[in-house]
Design a protein around this ligand. Structure first.
Ligand code: AQP
Length: 344
């Protein structure tokens, strides 16, 4: 990698249907970054195992997330698309990071607390060490930039701490090997756009999520036009008209969410959307939002269904991507092995 090249890495778990939050918070930005960066996009199937997955469903979900990437406009020839488990260097570096990260750091992770809930004693140890694997995903490619939604910010900070601690703990060995002092770059999160945290359509205080039981809480990329329109029509709102300025969205989470979705889907700011709709009732705003959402998402859903049917093509994309990913990760992992003092 040349000194000034910025390398992007990000991933999505194959744990269910891709939804509008995944699209606006992550995939839409993945697509845009292809113009300016070398990009590596991963279906993180190893992360999926942190919670029980039916093996047959997992295979289908890996194919489907891959189809989602491709139908949104990720180019698997110009960039790299693969599934994590095909590149064993992720697991190898994750073990080393299990030994670099501190218990206290992981104990602070809010996602573990949310996902484990009251059943902490019964959560898998993988769910607890998940952020170490995420750090390995990024750093095994020396990626410099990581586009994610707001919910991943804390994990990204942990990845930065791990990179710094590794560089520091092994400083002498890194020097002795004649390698750059900052062996691992300190990765920058890219959390951009007006919809970095898309909320449930049924409850503006909860994140839109694959694991939320209510289908009405999220718009899936696979949804057809009628379903998208119905979900928006039924989305929870409050009785007031839309404000003319962003400040007026404070304390109105459902209104804020729908305005943010409109803004992100139409590549505008929330302020621009409110200029157009300020003073209007939801009964006027919702049909416009539904029309916009259908115009952006329905073609993606159709393309996804078409690609998902062709498992031979999808598997060829993943296998080719994995080979190219391994070619980047292997020499970096070779350096890491020498740095930590392994033989062979
Ligand atoms: N609601 C959201 N708003 C904005 N961005 C979001 N992302 C997820 N939900 C939202 C972003 O999508 C990327 C992939 O996420 P993931 O599949 O790795 O896991 P997640 O964040 O745990 O996604 P879900 O849908 O909430 O899955 P479950 O229900 O299984 O936990 C990330 O960049 C994430 O920020």
């Amino acid at each position: 990698m040349s000194a000034d090249l910025q390398r992007v890495f990000s991933g999505i778990q194959p744990t269910g249907d891709l939804h509008l939050g995944n699209y606006l918070g992550a995939i839409k930005n993945f697509v845009a970054l292809q113009k300016s960066h070398e990009c590596i996009y991963c279906v993180v199937d190893m992360h999926a195992l942190t919670e029980w997955q039916d093996p047959t469903e997992l295979v289908g979900n890996i194919r489907e997330v891959t189809a989602g990437f491709l139908s949104c406009g990720i180019d698997p020839k110009a960039h790299i698309v693969f599934n994590q488990s095909q590149v064993s260097q992720h697991a190898e570096l994750a073990w080393i990071f299990n030994c670099v990260a501190r218990m206290g750091w992981l104990n602070r992770m809010t996602q573990f607390k949310d996902k484990a809930g009251k059943n902490r004693e019964n959560a898998s140890t993988g769910l607890f060490t998940y952020p170490n694997l995420m750090a390995a995903d990024i750093l095994v490619y020396k990626a410099t930039h990581v586009p994610v939604g707001e919910d991943q910010k804390q994990h990204l900070e942990l990845a930065r701490d791990i990179a710094k601690k590794f560089n520091n703990d092994f400083a002498q060995s890194i020097k002795a090997q004649g390698l750059e002092e900052e062996f691992f770059p300190i990765p920058e999160p890219l959390i951009t756009g007006p919809a970095t945290r898309v909320m449930s359509l049924r409850d503006g205080s909860r994140k839109m999520s694959k694991s939320e039981p209510s289908e009405m809480s999220r718009i899936n990329l696979k949804d057809d036009a009628d379903t998208i329109a119905k979900k928006i029509r039924k989305a929870k709102t409050d009785p007031q008209a839309l404000p003319s300025e962003e400040k007026g969205l404070e304390g109105r989470p459902e209104a804020d969410n729908l305005v943010g979705i409109f803004a992100a889907l139409s590549d505008q700011s929330k302020a621009q959307v409110l200029k157009q709709f300020g003073g209007k009732q939801f009964s006027e705003f919702k049909p416009e939002l539904a029309e916009l959402a259908v115009s952006v998402l329905a073609p993606i859903g159709q393309e996804m269904a078409r690609i998902a049917d062709d498992s031979t093509y999808i598997e060829a994309v993943l296998s080719d991507g994995a080979e190219r990913a391994r070619a980047i990760a292997a020499p970096i992992m070779c350096d890491v092995r020498r740095i930590v003092g392994y033989i062979g």
